[in-house]
Design a binder for this molecule. Structure first.
Ligand SMILES: Nc1ncnc2c1ncn2[C@@H]1O[C@H](COP(=O)(O)OP(=O)(O)OP(=O)(O)O)[C@@H](O)[C@H]1O
Ligand SMILES: [Mg+2]
Length: 504
């Protein structure tokens, strides 16, 4: 049995597994590609194609191609529906991609894969993590650990082998942006602060070029190709823009040629031009980075090294802005693409040690690594509570940056004397924030309470975070000892009943 590390990227899947000496090694797919495009094509004959072949097939019929699935995780948005009415959500697409990953890994290593470590963005919500576990389970893979991508990337770059070092990990992927500060000292790696923007990734830089190209095409040819009328033009444009962006990471200028209905647009684009188009997007990631450094109570001078990872960090504008922001050079020895998958392999060995299990690679038993990694929660989680003025707020129980795993209990009062039932509504959002501005994670009822006049300190709410940062919420009536537990139905979570707990 083999436990691979899978970096389930919005743009590219990367997989790694330990070699016989335990060193994490990248595994190419069956085509010999080091990374597999996260693309799924639903062929007219009912077959499902994944990766580069899916992208190729998508040229002929883009309507059957699904890419950019990751921002829809945690929702039940339909990304594809077949003629017979079968629908595919992001979770289903991830399941297909994971199945393909397992197939590739098993073929290349000749070992069976039943368990895997799957990386997730540090700012993934509870629902998104749960759906990642569910997607793996759907194809018979047990996700034993969901490490945060920047933490995995830090381990993949062997931060743990550095002595007393504080690293800023800036991870700009295809669909998401994460930033974490990780401190290594002795045999311990602590994530000190983390943050990100779930809606910023390399694809937004491509979209910006697309807008410019369509404007230029119109200015030259008098019409703007539309997605509905010219789907193949769009598919080609997407590919050429990707090539252009990558060329501009290396060269000062590059060419792009587009053609539609016999009309052409041929342009030379300079890196300077490109930078001016995307500057505001890059700037947003820098603002977030600044915030995370502040959250860590650090100043720039205390950061020893900068790891710029994720394909998006290859853009020179990113390196330049990061170096201006921090006054430090971005690390040249950092591996930007495969690091999260490599770090995930180490995560699997650590998780096996935590579970007290023997980790084997083929017939070889690998010793437990002498390393402790502490990650943290990226969002504040609390419950809806009524203030004195009847305002519904989020009363925090686990603030962001709480270490994972953790358990925390907070006491609440009942709303009125002789109350016999209460609904606990679990929210994600800053403490004190209006409840309607927070994300509702779920709710559950504590019923059959004995009617009693005392209200203060009656309801104990306990939140437990497991090693993946997944939440279990429990409530207990301190007067009667009655308990209830939340079972989140992520697809249908709503505001539920009407009686809330009161603050304090
Ligand atoms: N040399 C390069 N220059 C600029 N951008 C690049 C380069 N190489 C890759 N990219 C961009 O990086 C992105 C893919 O990077 P990566 O594989 O790290 O993302 P991902 O892990 O799939 O996404 P996410 O982390 O958001 O889930 C794409 O947007 C791609 O265009
Ligand atoms: Mg990534």
């Amino acid at each position: 049995m083999l436990i691979p590390g899978i970096d389930a990227g919005n743009s590219r899947f990367k997989y790694a597994a330990p070699d016989v000496a335990g060193n994490p090694t990248l595994i190419a797919n069956k085509f010999g590609e080091p990374f597999t495009p996260s693309a799924v094509f639903f062929a007219p004959d009912g077959s499902i194609i994944v990766g580069t072949e899916a992208l190729n097939a998508g040229f002929a019929d883009p309507t059957r191609l699904v890419v950019n699935w990751k921002r829809s995780m945690g929702t039940d948005a339909v990304l594809y529906a077949t003629d017979d009415g079968t629908v595919y959500t992001a979770m289903d697409i991830l399941a297909i991609l994971l199945n393909d990953a397992r197939d590739n890994i098993e073929t290349k290593t000749d070992q069976v894969v039943n368990e895997a470590v799957i990386t997730v963005p540090a700012n993934y919500t509870d629902a998104q993590k749960q759906q990642t576990i569910d997607a793996a389970a759907k194809v018979g893979i047990k996700a034993i650990l969901l490490p945060h991508e920047p933490t995995a990337a830090a381990l993949g770059n062997e931060l743990h082998k550095r002595k007393n070092c504080i690293v800023l990990v800036y991870d700009l992927g295809g669909g998401t942006f994460d930033v974490s500060i990780v401190r290594s000292g002795g045999n311990v790696c602590d994530v000190v602060a983390t943050g990100g923007e779930p809606n910023i990734g390399g694809r937004d830089f491509n979209d910006r070029i697309s807008e410019k190209m369509l404007d230029e095409f119109n200015a030259k040819n008098g019409f703007t190709p539309s997605r509905d009328d010219h789907p193949i033009f769009f598919q080609e444009m997407i590919q050429r823009i990707e090539q252009l962006k990558i060329s501009l990471s290396v060269q000062a200028q590059s060419q792009i040629v587009l053609s539609c209905e016999g009309k052409q647009l041929a342009m030379t684009i300079t890196r300077q031009q490109f930078n001016s188009w995307v500057e505001d997007i890059a700037e947003k990631t820098m603002e977030r980075t600044k915030q995370v450094i502040k959250d860590a109570n650090l100043d720039m001078s205390s950061i020893d090294e900068i790891y710029a990872v994720g394909g998006g960090s290859m853009m020179p504008i990113i390196t330049e802005m990061l170096e201006t922001l921090t006054g430090k050079k971005v690390s040249r020895r950092c591996e930007p693409h495969a690091a999260a998958a490599l770090g995930a392999v180490l995560g699997g060995r650590l998780e096996y040690r935590r579970q007290g299990k023997t980790y084997t690679c083929g017939d070889v038993v690998l010793p437990a690594p002498d390393l402790i990694v502490h990650d943290i929660l990226s969002h504040t989680i609390g419950v809806l509570a009524l203030e004195q003025d009847n305002r519904e707020i989020c009363s925090e129980i686990l603030p962001s940056e709480t270490p994972i795993p953790s358990v925390q209990t907070k006491l609440f009062k009942l709303g009125e004397p002789n109350q016999t039932a209460v609904t606990i509504k679990v929210l994600e959002g800053e403490g004190g924030k209006n409840a309607n501005e927070c994300l509702m994670l779920g709710h559950f009822d504590l019923t059959d309470l004995p009617p009693r006049p005392d209200m203060i300190g009656r309801i104990e709410v306990t939140f437990s975070l497991d090693s993946n940062g997944l939440l279990t919420a429990k409530a207990r009536d301190s007067a009667s000892g009655k308990t209830a537990e939340m079972n989140i139905d992520y697809e249908h979570s709503n505001s539920g009943g009407t009686t809330q707990v009161g603050a304090a």
